[in-house]
Ligand binder design. Structure first.
Ligand code: IPE
Ligand code: IPE
Ligand code: MG
Length: 257
């Protein structure tokens, strides 16, 4: 089971944590290169950060954590790297299942999943089904995911539903669009953290990021562990979210919604 909150975590939790955090986990290749290692060692070390961030988000009481694990564009990488990543994903899904169940975390996957090899799809399906009744946090893995691709998929579903008479075109609103996304019915995306110093979105959650706070950190993903995640949450808590309003309430981000 998860360990109890540290004093620092308790203070952070008391100030109000983001309901939904998105992570652009970048910098594995550079981490490996700096050590003269193959890129795959960076991805392997990065899996330890995935574990650390999931545990910390769960302890803090975040309702949803969405991890950008493999983009639609990442299929263009050398075959060897893609195959290595798929192998690590499979290992991860097989090894982590028990902990997700024990800590009551529901697993969800978002993306063009049909492109994934069966060796990943099979354990992914099993784990999503097994954890379907878990309610303490939703962990979404973005796999073969692109924000534009997600919008195209949503538009197709919308048109099909109108054609089949399941939806009136006059009743298309933000809700009708949002519920047809791969990422579906998750809470508002409060915060996106990107590691490795790059300051771009790289086709992540284009629809949901409309009012997300963005935190860019120089740390490479394999070095991003509990304390780094807590630092990023504290940075979020110092932000003032206005959502287009003119008034400044001077409150902290977690409390200003
Ligand atoms: C992120 O690390 C992992 C994936 C995109 C799958 P990178 O592999 O992009 O690492 P860098 O950016 O080359 O350092
Ligand atoms: C974004 O990282 C995708 C993931 C973290 C899975 P990339 O390394 O693919 O993005 P770019 O190429 O730097 O924009
Ligand atoms: Mg990268």
């Amino acid at each position: 089971m998860s360990k109890p909150l540290s004093p620092r975590e308790s203070e952070i939790k008391a100030r109000g944590v983001p309901r939904h955090v998105g992570m652009i986990m970048d910098g594995n290749g550079r981490w490996a290169k700096a050590r003269g290692l193959p890129r795959l060692s960076g991805h392997r070390e990065g899996a330890k950060s995935v574990r650390a961030v999931i545990r910390t988000a769960r302890r803090l009481g975040c309702e949803a954590l969405t991890l950008y694990a493999f983009s639609a564009q990442n299929w263009e990488r050398p075959m060897e790297e893609v195959e290595g990543l798929m192998g690590l994903l499979r290992d991860y899904l097989i090894k982590e299942g028990q902990e997700l169940l024990e800590t009551d975390i529901r697993l969800h996957a978002a993306g063009d999943l049909d492109r994934l090899p069966e060796k990943v799809l099979a354990p992914l399906r099993v784990l999503c089904e097994k954890t379907a009744g878990c309610g303490s946090m939703t962990l979404t893995l973005c796999l073969s995911y692109g924000g534009r691709e997600e919008l195209v998929h949503m538009a197709r579903r919308l048109v099909e539903d109108v054609q089949h008479g399941d939806l009136e075109s006059s009743s298309i609103d933000e809700h009708a669009l949002a519920e047809r996304l791969w990422t579906g019915s998750l809470p508002e995306l409060d915060l996106i953290i990107r590691t490795s110093g790059e300051q771009r979105i790289s086709n992540f959650l284009l629809w949901s990021s409309a009012y997300s706070e963005l935190v860019f950190v120089p740390t490479l993903w394999p070095d991003f562990r509990e304390e780094a995640f807590l630092d990023a949450i504290e940075e979020y808590q110092r932000r003032e979210r206005r959502f287009g309003r003119a008034t400044s309430r001077g409150g902290v981000a977690g409390a200003s919604q």
